[in-house]
Design a protein around this ligand. Structure first.
Ligand code: CAA
Length: 288
């Protein structure tokens, strides 16, 4: 578990592609896996663009950028990464999807490989039940968007996660330039237990007419020193992701109504307005 050299990242969405770029910049070979070829192409374009930007800003030499590019590969077949010595699942926030992927990961990678998940809210112990015999290697390794910029990795042990797995996760997070911080295995962990109700409350404030979205965001940026206001951040995270995390917390924390997603948030998701990724959410990003 000690010398990680090849990381398999499963899921090439925003988080998976960010984790892959961070891994390559940290000198690790990284195979990004997704069932959709188009998603892999989007990830590759994001990597090329970010590396060029770093070179243009003189934060990375052209040689190091080429080296990072050569460490990255993209495939629709998990088997192509069967020699990986670390796996991070970063697929959609759905328990059944993740459990199916975990079984495939256990069957693909060798018996020493840590099976980490970037889940933002789902119970690690519950996910581990999908891989009987390998529960000690399952751990939460929760990165933040944009992954290359945000320092935190929230590390969550399941009931059967071994000490060796935890220590190796802390070591790898640090090797990638991140700061690992532990949290216990409650729905939403710490980050989303605190962040999502605040975002949800901003929707309630908008719905109640306390202020319009621009004013809500300005107040929180200027008055509380947030880099983005809560509604802008909700668009950035994805409104569907925010709704899903609220529902995981509602179901996982005794159906406490304080975790029910705001109706305006739900309506936007149902209208396909998911935020930045769909071009419109609380704000419209297609306007000039
Ligand atoms: N990938 C890589 N680098 C990126 C990036 C991306 N997607 N987006 C921005 N950056 C880099 C920029 O290149 C820039 O780098 P330099 O300082 O080297 O020039 C730096 O970040 C700052 O970017 P910008 O100047 O373009 O813009 P900014 O100063 O407004 O910062 C931001 C952008 C970093 C996103 C900032 O607005 C921010 O910190 N926002 C809050 C983000 C946040 O809260 N994330 C957590 C979300 S919750 C989550 O992820 C977990 C979950 O479970 C839901």
């Amino acid at each position: 578990m000690s010398d990680v050299s090849h990381i398999a990242v499963i899921g090439a969405g925003t988080m998976g592609s960010g984790i892959a770029l961070t891994s390559a910049l940290g000198g690790k070979q990284c195979t990004l896996i997704d069932v959709q070829q188009s998603q892999l192409e989007t990830a590759r374009a994001y990597h090329d663009k970010q590396l060029s930007k770093l070179v243009a800003k003189e934060k990375l030499s052209a040689e190091d950028a080429t080296n990072a590019q050569s460490l990255l590969s993209y495939t629709t077949e998990m088997g192509d990464a069967s020699d990986a010595d670390w796996a991070i699942e970063a697929a959609t926030e759905n328990v059944e999807v993740k459990k199916t992927l975990f079984q495939l990961m256990r069957d693909t990678f060798n018996d020493e490989v840590v099976l980490a998940t970037n889940t933002s809210s789902i119970s690690i112990s519950d996910l581990a039940t999908a891989v009987e015999g390998a529960e000690d290697r399952v751990i939460g390794m929760h990165f933040f968007n944009p992954v290359p910029v945000m320092k935190l990795v929230e590390v969550i042990k399941g009931v059967k996660t071994s000490e060796a797995t935890t220590n190796a996760t802390i070591a790898l997070s640090e090797a990638l330039g991140k700061i690992p911080v532990p949290a216990n295995d409650f729905a939403g962990f710490v980050s989303n237990r605190v962040l999502m109700p605040m975002i949800n409350e901003a929707f309630h404030a908008w719905e109640d007419g306390v202020a319009d979205p621009e004013a809500i965001d300005s107040i929180m940026k200027l008055g509380c020193a947030f880099p983005m206001g809560p509604l802008r951040l909700a668009d950035y995270i994805g409104l569907d992701v925010c709704r899903d995390i609220m529902m995981v917390m509602y179901n996982g924390l005794n159906e406490n109504p304080k975790y029910l997603p705001n109706q305006k948030l739900v309506d936007l998701v149902e209208a396909g307005k998911l935020g930045d990724k769909s071009g419109e959410g609380v704000y419209n990003y297609t306007k000039e």
